[in-house]
Design a protein around this ligand. Structure first.
Ligand SMILES: *[C@@H]1O[C@H](CO)[C@@H](O)[C@H](O)[C@H]1NC(C)=O
Ligand SMILES: *[C@@H]1O[C@H](CO)[C@@H](O)[C@H](O)[C@H]1NC(C)=O
Length: 562
């Protein structure tokens, strides 16, 4: 319980170090000074510990200045500005008894029957909630008092450490997508709250899913219809809607309403608002659908402008290629709120087929959140929804339309080592234009940095983060609240964790190199004669800075600069 007390003052001590005036200065001047103090000088910082593996879970605690890291049988609290400094460590081992029980069911003692920490969430105050696989017996606990109050982790954390899961904490309620049983054959999307809800066990709801991501969109804000907030989940699963000789995997986005309380008779303690749609990211040539691997939400103050970026990989074992697509939140939302449904029909004797439902829809619309229209007809909560609407959604949660990416096609198509995870930064450059910069992990230990120039993504840099060619399992971005330009990328793999700044402008020693790098974080500062991190003090109009992101045009570079 000592664990989190040491580091409460990182931000405070930085403020002391630089004085309170620092907030009034140009942000990146502070950075240049700060980085001397923090002696990060653009190098990659590594954290690994002898005998500890599988660093696959991360939680950023801005308030405590910590990167909380979940690994196999251990949780670390690392200094967020320098992860080589471990402030604290808590072991969370399986008991001998649990391990024996797991081994007796045919699982490998050292691979399967260990505790892989797979979920870390911040509760209110400084309490954290975490879950581990615990030798195929998922268990959750509260950090700060990591003893005693152990809770059942089924449906929150997978049994199998090789199985993916997803979760999000919203207003102290945990939304999780995982499996309820040892075999992993009972997938579930669960809300653990005073009124707990779950999905229905039907293949039309979830069909051997692989969950990758979950997040909240505050759609009640500024909503003329009096709509509710939504929780979106992304996964792949076996398609029910195609005639195919073999199993065909498709990518999905699904959503539920935050205010859902389940139905009264039909769908009791089940989601009444679960809707799902196919997520499309098709490449120009004919191929099987690509499979979703990871998602990142670029949040905007106005939720309608938020964007989901997703990385996909080819379903064919002979084709090693990956794609990235981006989706407008409003496009996804429209498919659910206005789109047609699919319905099952029996053809011939026993065969079923999924076709467009063209009949009349019950009122209120199946799967809709409780909004002003529903309230004005006396439906104040999901418990009041009539059976007809509930029966419709119980049998038909799948939308007819697929969700299409923003530009209608992938932003990036990449051959070679598969892409595994992604995070996206929103960068405002000197001319007040802004760009999305994406960091994508690969299956062989690299991170690719790519920029979205008007719907086309270009890889501008590639960094090898891990010596072994091991997959990047988790990526996080963190922007220091005091030092605005101090944006760091954290990456975890089986063997360790690394931290690096999102840019290294000083590496470009000439104007030509600086401009041709086409890096939104960097511009050539003419008076200072160096490649500077933006925004800089020279950022008074554009005259003193040279940057050409779209065209890579270096003709403005002074000749001496070469
Ligand atoms: C934290 O959550 C608990 C339970 O939901 C609540 O009783 C308490 O008031 C909350 N504390 C803070 C500081 O928000
Ligand atoms: C954990 O790390 C080991 C060592 O690199 C690796 O072989 C294994 O596949 C990892 N396990 C999981 C569940 O990722």
């Amino acid at each position: 319980s000592h664990f989190l007390h040491h580091n409460r003052n990182v931000t405070a001590s930085l403020s002391r170090m630089f004085g309170t005036k620092l907030l009034n200065l140009q942000p990146c001047i502070v950075i240049q000074r700060a980085s001397m103090f923090l002696s990060l000088d653009n190098n990659v910082i590594t954290f690994k510990e002898e005998g500890v593996w599988n660093y696959s879970t991360m939680l950023i605690r801005e308030d405590l200045g910590l990167l909380v890291l979940g690994a196999r049988e251990a949780v670390y609290a690392l200094d967020i500005n320098n992860i080589s400094v471990a402030k604290s460590k808590v072991l969370w081992k399986v008991t001998e008894e649990k391990q024996k029980e797991c081994t007796s069911k045919g699982k490998h003692p050292d691979i399967d029957c260990r505790n892989y920490v797979r979920m870390l969430h911040q509760m209110n105050g400084s309490v954290m909630y975490m879950c581990g696989t615990n030798a195929f017996s998922p268990t959750c606990d509260y950090m700060l008092k990591l003893e005693g109050k152990q809770e059942d982790g089924r449906g929150k954390c997978p049994f199998d450490p090789f199985q993916r899961s997803a979760s999000v904490m919203a207003d102290q309620d945990l939304y999780s997508a995982s499996s309820l049983n040892f075999l992993g054959s009972e997938p579930v999307i669960l809300r653990t709250s005073p009124i707990s809800l779950r999905t229905v066990f039907k293949s039309s709801w979830l069909n051997e899913p692989n969950f990758v991501y979950m997040d909240v969109v505050p759609e009640s804000e500024d909503s003329p219809e009096g709509d509710d907030d939504k929780v979106y989940m992304f996964f792949s699963e076996n398609a029910v809607e195609y005639d195919f000789y073999n199993k065909l995997v498709v990518s999905r986005v699904a959503r539920v309403c935050k205010g859902d309380m389940g139905g009264q008779r039909t769908l009791q303690r089940k989601w009444t608002s679960f809707l799902k749609a196919r997520l499309d990211c098709s490449v120009p040539e004919p191929s099987l659908p690509y499979i979703i691997q990871d998602v990142f939400q670029v949040r905007h103050k106005k939720w309608r402008k938020s964007v989901f970026y997703a990385v996909f990989t080819s379903q064919s074992s002979t084709d090693r290629s990956s794609t990235v697509c981006a989706y407008d939140v409003t496009d996804i939302s429209k498919v659910f709120s206005r789109g047609k449904f699919k319905t099952e029909v029996t053809v011939e004797m026993s065969d079923v087929k999924w076709v467009t439902y063209n009949g009349e829809l019950p009122v209120p619309r199946p799967g809709a959140c409780i909004n002003n229209a529903a309230r004005s007809s006396g439906i104040m909560q999901s418990l009041d929804i009539p059976d007809k609407t509930l029966q419709f959604i119980r049998d038909r949660p799948l939308m007819d339309d697929a969700v299409r990416p923003i530009t209608g096609k992938p932003l990036l198509l990449k051959r070679g080592p598969l892409l595994t995870r992604l995070v996206v930064d929103h960068v405002t450059v000197s001319d007040r234009e802004s760009y999305h910069v994406m960091f994508v992990g690969t299956e062989n230990g690299y991170v690719q940095k790519a920029v979205n120039y008007d719907g086309e993504m270009h890889i501008i840099e590639e960094v090898k983060l891990f010596q072994n060619a091991e997959p990047i399992e988790v990526l996080r971005l963190h922007q220091n609240q005091v030092l605005v330009c101090f944006v760091q990328l954290y990456a975890g793999s089986a063997s360790g964790v690394v931290q690096m700044p999102v840019s290294n402008c000083s590496r470009y020693s000439s104007c030509l190199d600086c401009v041709l790098a086409r890096d939104p974080y960097c511009a050539w500062d003419v008076p200072a004669q160096r490649c500077s991190r933006l925004p800089t003090s020279a950022d008074d109009g554009k005259s003193n800075l040279i940057q050409s992101l779209k065209d890579g045009d270096a003709t403005r570079c002074p000749t001496i600069g070469f």
